[in-house]
Design a protein around this ligand. Sequence first.
Ligand code: NI
Length: 193
Amino acid sequence: MAVREIITPQNAILRKKANKVTNFADPKLQTLIEDMVETMHDAGGVGLAAPQVAITQRVIVIELPDDEESKEEYGENAGVLFVVINPEIVKASEEMVEGVEACLSIPGYFGKVDRHVAVTVQGQDRNGKEIRIKSRDWLARVFQHEIDHLNGVLYIDHAKEVWKASEMEQGETDEVADENTVSETTDGNTPSS
Ligand code: NI
């Protein structure tokens, strides 16, 4: 396993539509998944999409934190590793919710983004088996953020407002800086993905 470099929008790969994975027997796919998990952990993020490590394949990994506070917030999803290949949103709630997001590819920035409160994601697991995941709240937000990455879309494209962490009030900066790599709760902490 290895930590890979996370690319920024200066690298055009981040804007490419990623390709469907078809060969699950390719050992490179398993290495990619392992490396993505390690890279996500190393960066303190809660999600990562393959284009962020310059691989144009439809692979995402998500893991919400599992400290006590997060367990209260995320319930059974806290600390669960989701690896989804070729993920697709097959159902989305009409209800939208605003939240603050950050992205490991756009360090130092935050933005307010409307997302569906709940989405059902269909795809394959790392061995190619069909899976279907129902998600809501923060997990649903991270799924939407990561699946956007597979289409070359960044949260700043549809954010209602984007700001630099350094432009925030000192108090706010402390709050977000402390928590942006840890968890999001209803009072507005912001993980990166
Ligand atoms: Ni991101």
